[in-house]
Every structure is written in C-alpha cells, then in structure tokens.
Design a protein around this ligand. Structure first.
Ligand code: HEC
Ligand code: HEC
Length: 327
C-alpha cells in the first residue's frame, strides 16, 4: 500500500513537472519549440494525469473500500454445520486453496494450505502477486474472529479492511448466512497446518491504474447483511444457488449466460445452448467425468471437478437452472 501511494505521489510530481514544461514551451519565442514542446509536453501531462486519476481510484477502492464492520458473530460449530461446510468447501474452495504441488499449482488435495500465485499462473503477474491463503487454523485465520471471516466471505474484505483482489470476483457474497457460517465452522475444524511462504495480494501501481480504469471487469454490487438460500429442491431457483457455491456464476457470468473477455481473462462461453441439448443423465455424466458426449474432454480452464463432487439432487437442480430459459 505504502509503495503504491509513493508511486502515486511521484507520478503526481511528474504531472506538475510536465505541466510546467508545457507552459514554458508554449511561451517560448521559437515557433517550432512552441508547437513540438507544447504538443509533446501536453500529451505527457495528460497521460500522467490520467494515471494519477485511475491509480488514485484503484488505490482508494483497494485500501480504503466502503467496508462494513465485521459482524458480531459466534458460530456454534454443530456436526451438521461442519458436514455442510465440508461439502461446500470441497466443491468451491479446494480448486484454489488446496496444497500446491512442486510445480506451484494447486493439487486439489488437502491440507488447504494455499500458496498458489494465481496472478502468475493465469498470466496476469504483471499487476503483482495474488497468492491463495492457508485456510487451516495453522495460518493467519487463527487470529480472525468468526465475524472477520464472515466479512471475508460476504464482502471480500480482510482484517485490515482492505479489499481482497481475487475473492471479490467470486460469487460468495450470495451464499446464505447459514452456509457461510457452515464454511467457517468447517475451516475451524481442520487440523492446523503452518503457512509456508508469503500469501495474499501484492498489487503494483500498474494494477492500481488498471483496477481504477475498470479493466478487470465491473465491480460487483454491494452485498446485503442477510442472505437466505432458496429452499433446497430440484428446480431452477435452487439450481441458481448451486451455480453460486459451485462457482459456475463466477466465470460464466451472473446469469450463467457467458462473460466477455477482460484484460486479465478470456471470454467465457454461454453454457446453456450446450446443456439444453443434453438429457439430465448426459449432463450428470459430463459433469462427473469432465468429458462431453462427443468424447471431447473439458480443457483445464473449465473446472468441471467442482460439479463432479456435487450430490445428485444438486446436479439435477443445476441442470434445471442451466437448461431453463433466461428471464
Ligand atoms: C479462484 C480462486 C479462489 C477460490 C475458488 C477461492 N479463493 Fe479464497 N482466495 C483466493 C486468493 C487469490 C486469495 C488471496 C487474496 C485475494 O486475492 O483475494 C484468497 C484469500 C482468501 C482468504 C484470506 C482472506 C484474508 O483476509 O486475507 C480466505 C479466508 C479465503 N480466501 C477463503 C475462501 C473460501 C472459504 C473459499 C470457498 C468458499 C475460497 N476462498 C475460494 C482465491 C480463491
Ligand atoms: C474458472 C472459470 C470457470 C468456472 C468456475 C466454470 N467454468 Fe464452465 N467453462 C469455462 C471455460 C473457459 C469454458 C470453455 C471451455 C472450452 O474452451 O471448451 C467452459 C465451458 C463450459 C461448458 C461447455 C460449453 C460449451 O458450449 O461447450 C459447460 C456446460 C460449462 N462450462 C458449465 C459449467 C458449470 C456447470 C460450472 C459450475 C459447476 C462451470 N462451468 C464453472 C470456465 C469456467
């Protein structure tokens, strides 16, 4: 944060310097100096001023977000909660927070010790590091209150009140309070594993400028304090909720109708035309195996493993949602 603020001040100083040089050039006696110096200086001043504006906006949104206080919360930790939390975490979180292998990529296996630099792995390391956290009580979460952990999941805000760059793009703000608490109960029940290496975000000034310019996609709408899930059932309404904890809506867009490319991710297709051609049995087989009816496997960019761990009824609800007409 301090580094980015210093760069911001430096760029602001350059704006003043180039502004002054432009002024001098325009007032020069030689015509060529007036024109060339004025134009060059003017353009530089404008570019740098835009960087200050966007960078300042990105810094404000990341380090000084409009964050609600962590709620006063004490999760009860019943066996039912822990079991539900395990189901959700093994679908939604292991893909990124599992132990990393020797190649630095997540193995999909426990312990949930994190350490995956997703920015580097996905080709946007030029904006800085984004390393997944150790979710076991052996890491920094041991010092988080239940309310602070709730705030991470509902609002993507860390203990310091800063925005969490990657978590903010995932659809967990739509998880019900009950499920959010179940996840907290489960994470607390894990055997503690110490953190090795640095975790968390380290965004550079370029990242701040790009974020301020809205290049990472639209900011999600603010989350309400209380979220309730629709009643569990094999229908499109509950299927939408399955697509939330299944993470499908994080990539395929809020209505699972596809998402346009941003500067850090490629375009993601609309899954509905494909799913609508399948029977429930075919859809279930595709999601359990990762192989489409024509024998084509999903590429690595499509984490079908999330869906492969779902209960039959949840997959059926997901099918109902993805094969329904979009309102
Ligand atoms: C797409 C990858 C991805 C998935 C899926 C994901 N996370 Fe994260 N998570 C991250 C990254 C990267 C960070 C580091 C901070 C950031 O960039 O958001 C993080 C940070 C965290 C933190 C630390 C917050 C802090 O205060 O520093 C917690 C807690 C967390 N995630 C919980 C979860 C839980 C629970 C789930 C599943 C419901 C989940 N995450 C799913 C990528 C992911
Ligand atoms: C990390 C991002 C990501 C997540 C999460 C994700 N998908 Fe995908 N999905 C993709 C990408 C990328 C493709 C395109 C793959 C390709 O090129 O064939 C895709 C393709 C698909 C397709 C095939 C579309 C077609 O026309 O061939 C279906 C169906 C699908 N996803 C369903 C789901 C479901 C259901 C979930 C949730 C359980 C989900 N996806 C979660 C990224 C994602």
């Amino acid at each position: 944060m301090i580094g980015n603020i210093l760069v911001l001040i430096l760029v602001l100083a350059l704006v003043i310097l180039f502004g002054w040089l432009t002024y001098r050039a325009v007032r020069a006696k030689k015509l060529w100096l007036k024109i060339v110096g004025g134009l060059l200086g003017g353009v530089m001043t404008l570019i740098l001023a835009a960087m200050v504006f966007m960078g300042g906006k990105g810094i404000a949104a990341t380090y000084f977000p409009d964050a609600p206080d962590a709620p006063d919360l004490a999760v009860v930790n019943t066996p039912e909660q822990i079991a539900r939390g395990e189901y959700l975490v093994d679908i939604a979180c292991v893909g990124c927070h599992s132990q990393v292998g020797s190649d630095g990529n997540p193995t999909g296996q426990h312990p949930l010790s994190g350490g995956w630099n997703i920015a580097e792995a996905e080709g946007f390391g030029f904006i800085g590091d984004m390393v997944t956290e150790n979710l076991t009580p052996g890491g920094k979460l041991a010092n988080y209150s239940d309310g602070e952990l709730f705030r991470v999941l509902r609002y993507s805000i860390d203990q310091q009140g800063h925005e969490l760059g990657m978590m903010a793009f995932l659809p967990y703000r739509e998880l019900s309070n009950e499920d959010t608490e179940a996840i907290i109960a489960y994470l607390r029940s894990l055997p503690p594993v110490p953190t090795t290496g640095v975790t968390g975000d380290k965004m550079n000034f370029l990242g701040a400028v790009m974020s301020g310019a809205g290049l990472f996609g639209e900011a999600p709408p603010p989350a309400p304090a209380v979220v309730t899930a629709p009643p569990q059932g094999v229908n499109a309404e509950y299927g939408k909720y399955v697509a939330t904890f299944g993470e499908c809506r994080g990539c395929h867009g809020p209505d699972a109708t596809g998402a346009p490319a941003t500067s850090v991710s490629p375009a993601i297709p609309n899954p509905r035309p494909f799913v609508s051609e399948l029977t429930l049995e075919q859809f279930t087989a595709v999601m359990r195996s990762g192989v489409k009816p024509d024998g084509q496997p999903f590429p690595e960019t499509m984490p079908w493993q999330n869906a492969s761990k779902m209960a039959d009824d949840d997959l059926a609800a997901l099918y109902a949602y993805l094969s329904a007409l979009v309102e």
